[in-house]
Design a protein around this ligand. Structure first.
Ligand code: ADP
Length: 314
């Protein structure tokens, strides 16, 4: 199980490292930038809306990004964890993400910050080339001999927002909107800083070390072990006290439902009479799903409202 966020400036290597961690740990990289670029490429309604902001180096609206992320997180391959890359990118998105994950009892486990000097970041962005089909990242100084992607053979291109003037805007947006998340996650005890300069393998190794279980001193005493393993502190800090019982109850209910489904399914394999109970459990599972959906919608609504408010202020 691995539920992590990669934080860092554009060009800090989040995408490259996420791809490596994904292969190593078997959990998907979920890149908001890739999801958006895909929507633009497919010319979906959402993609059309996002295009202008992306080309200008601005953030796409929280509403659009949250919709994409929520849908992606609900795919089966994300059930065992995920590596979020490029999301969240402002405090509204961070809040929405934490609500979304806490509602399903799957809070974040760590936030890795890839720390890279601004000068290095600019150089990397300007020399970046990306595979059109699999999104693998290359540098012009180390392109495959074939000129094509060495992973899938796809065509390499320079992203339109990797042009100099747009790069500056993106860095500005990072400074003002995304950088504050470093403190946010530090306060929650989730932040781990990784030096993002040096050889790729070296950086990956640093990231793996940062993801290793906490040092002994942070480990709970034997007696308190079952409670402490759940890392409740993180959830507690980020969750409004009033909401806590509801979330806890939903979580408990989810576990109960899951267990009940299992038991009943096992029984029904032998006894056709258990059909009724299966129906009942299925119904309650459906209800639970609805609840999760409802609270997710609520979060989204709130995020949209906040975004609108922020826009008006500007
Ligand atoms: P980078 O991290 O190198 O800037 P990304 O591929 O993550 O590149 O993002 C490219 C662009 O997509 C951003 O400049 C922005 O316009 C948009 N974008 C990506 N993620 C988000 C997000 N979480 N919120 C808003 N806009 C986003």
């Amino acid at each position: 199980m691995m539920r992590i966020v990669l934080l860092g400036a554009p060009g800090s290597g989040k995408g490259t490292q996420a791809q490596r961690l994904q292969a190593k740990f078997g959990v998907p990289q979920i890149s908001s930038g890739d999801l958006l670029r895909d929507a633009v490429k497919r010319q979906t309604e959402l993609g059309m809306k996002a295009k202008a902001a992306m080309e200008a180096g601005q953030l796409v609206s929280d509403e659009i990004v949250l919709g994409l992320i929520r849908e992606r997180l609900s795919q089966p391959d994300a059930a065992n964890g995920f590596i979020l890359d490029g999301f969240p990118r402002n405090s509204e998105q961070a809040t929405a993400l934490s609500s979304l994950l806490n509602d399903v009892g799957q809070p974040l486990e760590a936030v890795l910050l890839l720390d890279v000097k601004p000068a290095a970041v600019i150089a990397r962005l300007a020399s970046r080339r990306v595979c059109k089909s699999c999104s693998k990242v290359f540098s012009v100084s180390a392109l495959p001999a074939s000129g094509n992607c060495d992973n899938c053979g796809g065509e390499l291109y320079q992203r339109s927002d990797d042009k100099e003037d747009v790069i500056a805007k993106r860095l500005e947006v990072y400074q003002s909107q995304t950088k504050p998340l470093i403190d946010h996650y530090k306060q929650l005890g989730l932040l781990r800083v990784v030096k993002g300069e040096g050889a790729l393998d070296q950086i990956t190794a640093r990231m793996e070390a940062a993801l290793a279980p906490p040092k002994p001193k942070a480990e709970p005493k034997p007696k308190a072990a079952p409670k402490a393993e759940k890392k409740p502190a993180v959830v507690a800090v980020e969750t409004a006290p009033a909401k806590q019982p509801v979330k806890k109850a939903a979580k408990k209910k989810a576990a109960k439902t899951k267990a009940a489904v299992k038991t009943v399914a096992a029984k029904s394999a032998k006894k056709p009479a258990a059909k009724k109970s299966v129906k009942k459990v299925k119904k309650s599972a459906k209800k639970l799903k609805k609840q999760v959906k409802k609270s997710t919608k609520k979060v989204e609504k709130k995020a949209t409202k906040q975004a609108k408010k922020a826009k008006k202020k500007k």
